[in-house]
Design a protein around this ligand. Structure first.
Ligand code: SAM
Length: 283
């Protein structure tokens, strides 16, 4: 074992030994504060198999391996694979896959017999597409990830606030989001410009009635937030190519003011709209 993978002197030794340089485009800011992986890993137990995206040098992977039944780590940077093999050689419950988490079949990387979950310090550059993919697959529960604080606030935002957007509603239609704790720039090497937050997404209980409305609700959300400044009536009739009269009628039937803006509607109201618009939009 190479020692505490969060210790700056250990990180510097690995960097020198392997001639490794951080790649900013891959969001490589590695943790240097061991309380962070410790706190994240403490949320898991032996009955869970955890997918980790972007293990870096393996600091969070090692903490997770001690807490969970299995860890499947996916790393895009080929240079990190031999380093990870060396750093994680003491664990027999870790599998390592080289590849892009945006393209791989992620659920298939976890072994049967465990409850599938996600824990990761996500690369900033691809946080939104990765989260959309993980949440939308509806397979992982919980998803515990570190993201930029600004992204965390958007995901957990309330209606009628500047942070509330299509990604908030998308997330809320699949999971309950809570912000667990902040992690300052001093906890990373190299030091990022912004503060990060660890968030937890707990999948909503199965509900076939809600689930069949979600695709249509998301089409409505997309149209409503594509024209954030427009009234709901104008945004939906333009974005979904609907006659205004039919759209107004259904907005009113759903209890929504046609002259309100999309950002004032809660996720539950978008589900209600999906129901009242059933006959005029597919989804
Ligand atoms: N887990 C380590 C830690 O906390 O110290 C490193 C986290 S670092 C913020 C993000 C990691 O994600 C890097 O190792 C980077 O190479 C990797 N990465 C970036 N894009 C990726 C992708 N599309 N798929 C898988 N890994 C990716």
């Amino acid at each position: 074992m190479p020692g505490d993978l969060c210790r700056p002197d250990v990180i510097r030794r690995i960097l020198a030994e392997h001639g490794f340089r951080f790649d900013k485009r891959k969001g490589q800011n590695f943790l240097t504060a061991s309380w962070v992986p410790g706190r994240m890993a403490a949320l898991f137990s032996k009955g869970q198999a955890v997918l980790e995206i972007g293990p870096g040098f393996g600091a969070l992977t090692a903490a997770l391996a001690g807490a969970c039944g299995h860890v499947a780590a996916v790393e895009k940077d080929r240079r990190l694979i031999p380093i990870l093999r060396q750093n994680l050689s003491g664990f027999d419950n870790v599998t390592l896959t080289e590849g892009d988490a945006l393209r791989l079949d992620l659920p298939s990387l976890l072994p049967e017999g465990f409850s599938p979950a996600v824990c990761a310090n996500l690369p900033y550059s691809v946080t939104t597409p990765l989260l959309t993919r993980l949440v939308g697959q509806g397979r992982f529960d919980p998803i515990v990830v570190m993201v930029q604080r600004e992204v965390a606030r958007r995901l957990a935002a309330n209606p009628s606030t500047p942070e509330y957007g299509a990604i908030t509603v998308f997330t809320a239609l699949h999971a309950d989001c809570s912000i667990l704790f902040d992690v300052g720039p001093d906890c990373f090497m190299p030091r990022p410009a912004v503060t990060s937050s660890v968030i937890r997404l707990d999948r909503l209980p199965p509900d076939p009635a809600r689930e069949c409305l979600v695709p249509r609700a998301l089409r409505i959300v997309k149209a409503a937030f594509a024209a954030r400044r427009k009234t709901l009536l104008n945004a939906l009739s333009a974005g979904l190519s609907l006659p205004k009269e039919a759209a107004a009628e259904r907005l009113t039937a759903a209890g929504c003011d046609p002259s309100a803006r999309g950002e004032t509607l809660s996720p539950a109201q978008y589900l209600t709209l999906a129901r009242t618009f059933t006959d005029i939009i597919t989804g």
